[in-house]
Design a binder for this molecule. Sequence first.
Ligand code: NAD
Length: 305
Amino acid sequence: MRYVVTGAAGFIGSHLGEALAAAGHEVVGVDCFTDYYDPAEKEENARDLDVRRLDLAEQPLDLDGVDGVFHLAGRPGVRSFGDVFPLYLRGNVLSTQRVLEAAAAARVRVVLASSSSIYGEAEAYPTPEDAVPRPISPYGITKLAGEHLARAYAVGFGADAVVLRYFTVYGPRQRPDMFFRRVCEALLARSTFEIYGSGEQSRSFTYVGDAVAATIAAMERAPAGAVYNVGGGEEASMLEAIALLERISGRSLDTRRVDAARGDVARTKADVSRIRDALGWEPRTTLADGLSAMWSWASGRLPAA
Ligand SMILES: NC(=O)c1ccc[n+]([C@@H]2O[C@H](COP(=O)([O-])OP(=O)(O)OC[C@H]3O[C@@H](n4cnc5c(N)ncnc54)[C@H](O)[C@@H]3O)[C@@H](O)[C@H]2O)c1
């Protein structure tokens, strides 16, 4: 098959592109290397992929001869209040609308990367897909808008879209603004780590290889219009995860508490029964194994102090 992967120079998109190529598919990557974090890091992520420089918010996406689109491009991060909001609209709403428009015209499936952030402080844990979405960050609101656009294009134009709600994905190449990446870097540099809030916030951390497997399964086997949580099996608090990384690295982390970040939820816990029943997918990587892989990558990449 010939697949387009948008956001192919990013953290999850580059792993997805490599996994598709390894499975014998032809992969056309698309990315505009935004400066949300160092574009040089994206060049490194995309080293083994054919990634075309294209800004989805303004340039046309050619889907001639393409069998499906994995739409992972976007503007991530819950710190999305204030002046940066237009960038979230552009990265997550306008770009998604344009991808859906192109895919509907070409009659190809889109697998859309959404987020657990659409739930906000969820009404139930573990959270099923039909929980009422009540995002508390502008980021979550733009991801939810992308989901609604997918539905509108399905109803209006017969578009074939599948929505995946990723829960805090981690592993090698994780974005530099994300928690585990920052912990690894602070352990390596022996610098002080700032914990936002109490550190008791917990997450369904999801290993990137598991997220990629769910994403490919969704393209291959999901019914049109499906919406699935993609979340790790083990919930852990920030403090528990730090303790695990300290054990893995053999180092101890010097920490300092700072105010909780606005838009950050206290807890996420995925109910993955729907995707398990429909696609036979479930998370396979334990947090200990996933964090060991992440530590090996981070310590191999950054000079140890
Ligand atoms: N990492 C997570 O834990 C997580 C959780 C939930 C949802 N998601 C979603 O998964 C997707 C991938 O996340 P990630 O962590 O790999 O982020 P990332 O920032 O590493 O990757 C996103 C990529 O999209 C590209 N991009 C942004 N706007 C673009 C545009 N207009 N045209 C072309 N390319 C553009 C960026 O340059 C970047 O390389 C995003 O949609 C994100 O919202 C991620």
